[in-house]
Design a protein around this ligand. Structure first.
Ligand code: HEM
Length: 399
């Protein structure tokens, strides 16, 4: 076994995960990984091992502050405490069962496949409006600013009945928190703004009648802090993710014209195409991390209590044992078992909402602009390797 490596980051092709993952996936289930602020841990790139780690309750989710495989966003002041504070009430995305289970049960019903299906006509209206505004703007236009970013945000803001006047400042502060590098001042500013606006939102839901899902949670006994943190988890998880799947997905289709053509000729391919784009692009570029709560063994490798394992989802979704010719975008392939939404108890609560949004977003765009094309060469696009979720910062297009 070789010594610990740093998290691979360099991508050879903008649609592929870092090249270094290939060799890792071929050679072993787990590899020692260096963490900037914590003891050495492990990285998993094989599909089977990923499911073992994400499915084992002896691994905790309570780790992300310290045991990040990435350097901190700014140099930490000396004396910064290096153990994570307990998750705040309602922040279920940072909890372990049984606390996590209680909130997931409360919120889960709102995010079923059927609930998402019912939202499709409203998502279609929003998409149409944004595309009309794009026509009004004229070419060249930034697809991210005018379509990919606002569409999923409006879907989730509408769904949570977030008042219009706080949407833009809230969205902007959530975006800042997705950056991997920022100053301490920027972090404090973004956290302060998001906290104030989400507190205002939650307080409104305590008194309002018919305040949608959040109002109902309040009626079922959740307090302001809990409602605020549930909203934070959903808005934090539900804006940037789908936005980047729209942006990067559109570019992948434009760069694979045969695949785009096959989708145009066979609209019934759409659902599978979306799963394949989710697999192929896996925008959760740094994967999911879990920390062992006791000494255990994974595929013969000893993981000590307190060690963190990074499950590199982009690599896992390119494991050739599960996806033959994994680096090929093939909208018709079997995508069964892809882990783009994670696995286990924390598997994405918004997966059906994301799928519903994508099911509208791609066809609406390509139908409105059959001649859609990039307005700059591919290599000039600024990729989001500096953000939590992979994608593209700006996509100038013509039509
Ligand atoms: C294509 C879009 C999306 C992708 C690729 C994605 C990906 C993921 C992944 C990989 C996880 C698991 C993280 C882990 O195990 O550590 C996750 C969890 C989560 N996602 Fe998504 N997501 C997407 C859309 C959404 C949407 C639309 C929402 C809002 C409703 C959302 C809200 C959440 C929340 C709250 C969690 C935490 C769940 C829990 O801890 O129980 N996501 N997502």
């Amino acid at each position: 076994m070789t010594g610990p490596i740093s998290l691979p980051r360099a991508r050879g092709c903008l649609f592929d995960p870092p090249d270094a993952y290939h060799a890792l996936t071929e050679s072993a289930a787990l590899h020692p990984l260096r963490f900037p602020l914590a003891d050495d841990g492990w990285i998993v790139t094989q599909h089977a091992a990923a499911k073992v780690v994400l499915g084992d309750s002896r691994f905790s989710h309570r780790n992300e502050l310290i045991a990040s495989p990435l350097p901190p966003p700014f140099p930490l002041p000396p004396g910064t405490p290096i153990s994570p504070p307990p998750a705040e009430p309602g922040a279920f995305n940072k909890m372990d069962p049984p606390e996590h289970t209680r909130y997931r049960r409360l919120v889960g019903g709102w995010f079923s496949a059927r609930a998402a299906e019912r939202l499709i006509p409203a998502i279609e209206d929003t998409a149409r409006e944004l595309l009309a505004a794009m026509v009004e703007h004229g070419a060249p236009a930034d697809l991210v600013r005018l379509y990919a970013r606002p569409l999923p945000a409006r879907v989730i803001f509408d769904f949570l009945e977030v008042p219009e006047d706080i949407r833009e400042p809230l969205h902007n502060s959530l975006d800042v928190l997705m950056r991997l590098r920022m100053s301490l001042e920027e972090l404090i500013e973004a956290v302060t703004v998001a906290t104030e606006l989400l507190d205002e939102l939650a307080r409104g839901k305590m008194t309002e009648h018919g305040g949608g899902m959040l109002g109902e949670l309040a009626q079922r006994g959740l307090d302001v802090l809990e409602v605020r943190n549930v909203a934070w988890a959903l808005l934090g998880g539900g804006t940037d993710t789908t936005a980047n799947m729209i942006g990067l997905g559109v570019i992948s289709l434009l760069e694979h014209p045969d695949q785009l053509e096959s989708l145009r000729n066979k609209p019934e391919l759409l659902d599978n195409a979306i799963e394949e784009l989710l697999r192929y692009l896996t925008i959760s570029q740094f994967g999911a991390s879990r920390t062992a709560t006791e000494d255990l063994e994974v595929f013969g490798h000893p993981v000590r209590a307190g060690q963190t394992v990074v499950v590199a989802l982009p690599a896992v979704n390119r494991d050739p044992r599960v996806f033959p010719e994994p680096d090929r975008l093939d909208l018709a392939r079997s995508t069964r078992g892809h882990l783009a939404f994670g696995y286990g108890v924390h598997k994405c609560i918004g997966q059906y909402l994301a799928r519903a949004t994508l099911r509208v977003a791609y066809p609406a765009l390509f139908e409105r602009f059959p001649e859609l094309r990039l307005a700059v060469p591919l290599h000039q696009l600024a990729m989001r390797d500096d953000m939590d979720h992979y994608g593209v910062h700006e996509i100038p297009v013509r039509w």
